[in-house]
Design a protein around this ligand. Structure first.
Ligand SMILES: NC(=O)c1ccc[n+]([C@@H]2O[C@H](COP(=O)([O-])OP(=O)(O)OC[C@H]3O[C@@H](n4cnc5c(N)ncnc54)[C@H](O)[C@@H]3O)[C@@H](O)[C@H]2O)c1
Length: 317
């Protein structure tokens, strides 16, 4: 049984538009299909022209699970959309840019298409000396507005929220969705994957392994000491000296600040964040497709254990 599941998973990666996808009831819905294109998922990126948004858009355009990619931003979306549209990959880019030029509102744009997944990197990034909390006043308003649009137009979409402070923007989004009567805690996911990606990299350096072979669960939140790498549960199993534990915990918790300081005023992590966001989004899409055993860490509401942030994004067969 397990062998069959493994083969099915591998086949799904190699042939994403194979029968496995077309048999999935989710994919039979007309709103999951590109105009005349291959079956796949519809993904929107809100804040697509930013430092994270642009590489994120590029990587999502390369994802074989994505059939339609909508890019939205308050500035330069037409340019990024035109640029991305020349990539000879499967996903069809949307014509949101033309609609933006015509002054259409976000709700209208999303309404036209319906979304399976909405990724939100919209908002201002940190500068040296700022904490993620310092971003609250600006980004809270941006996230609120965008989530109001999502609640109206694609209430069933999975939302991946990247905008900081994630520890606060996720509760804000939850309140917007509750007010609109569309809240589903399983579909609102604060993206903390960059903490996991960093943890995998830093732990791999210490134990001398390829980072692709390492998996470090990171639970809690996405700011300073709320970032909790579970070094006792690293796979493959390994142990650390107290000095290594202290070094790794601090470096993982301060990873964002390390990049902010190195960029010296030019923003926060963008390329590694885009990579992490696409890794997480891909896990969500594979979960939507029905793949077994998709488990990733995210900042989510949990009724069982306050503070617990490990969420299964795929179905368990
Ligand atoms: N979750 C994480 O691990 C993580 C990591 C790094 C950065 N971030 C956060 O991601 C966010 C984006 O960072 P960045 O470096 O890409 O910033 P950026 O300034 O380069 O890009 C942000 C983009 O959002 C757009 N935008 C602003 N308001 C908008 C709105 N109402 N609708 C649509 N688009 C809008 C801007 O025009 C800009 O293009 C920041 O809040 C940053 O702190 C999160």
């Amino acid at each position: 049984m397990e062998l069959n599941q493994r083969i099915a998973r591998i086949a799904a990666h190699l042939h994403p538009s194979s029968t496995q996808m077309s048999e999935n009831p989710i994919l039979r819905q007309s709103n999951c299909r590109a105009k005349g294109g291959s079956p796949g998922f519809k993904v929107a990126i809100l804040g697509a022209a930013g430092g994270i948004g642009q590489p994120l858009a590029m990587l999502m355009k390369m994802n074989p699970l994505v059939s339609v990619l909508h890019l939205y931003d308050v500035v330069n979306a037409p340019g990024v959309t035109a640029d991305i549209s020349h990539m000879d990959t499967g996903a069809v880019r949307s014509n949101l840019s033309e609609m933006i030029k015509m002054g259409e509102r976000l709700e209208g744009m999303i309404l036209v298409y319906g979304m399976d997944l909405v990724v939100i990197p919209a908002g201002v990034p940190r500068k040296p000396g700022m904490t993620r909390d310092d971003l609250f006043n600006i980004n809270a308003g941006i996230v609120k507005t965008l989530c109001e649009g999502i609640a109206k137009c694609c209430p069933n979409a999975i939302v991946n929220l990247i905008s900081n402070p994630v520890n606060s923007t996720v509760p804000i989004a939850a309140e917007v969705f509750k007010k609109a009567g569309t809240y589903d805690p399983k579909k609102l996911l604060g993206v903390t994957m960059l903490d996991v990606v960093r943890a995998n990299t830093f732990v791999a350096e210490v134990i001398g392994l390829d980072p692709r072979e390492v998996n470090v669960p990171v639970v809690g939140g996405h700011a300073g000491v709320t970032i909790l790498p579970l070094l006792s549960q690293v796979k493959p199993a390994c142990s650390f000296t107290p000095e290594e534990t202290e070094y790794l915990t601090k470096r993982i918790q301060d990873g964002g600040t390390e990049v902010v300081q190195a960029k010296a005023g030019a923003g926060s992590a963008t390329l590694s964040m885009a990579y992490a966001a696409v890794k997480f989004a891909d896990a969500c899409l594979r979960g939507l497709r029905g793949d077994a055993g998709i488990v990733e860490c995210a900042f989510v509401a949990s009724q069982g254990w306050p503070g617990e942030s490990k969420e299964r994004v795929g179905s368990k067969h």
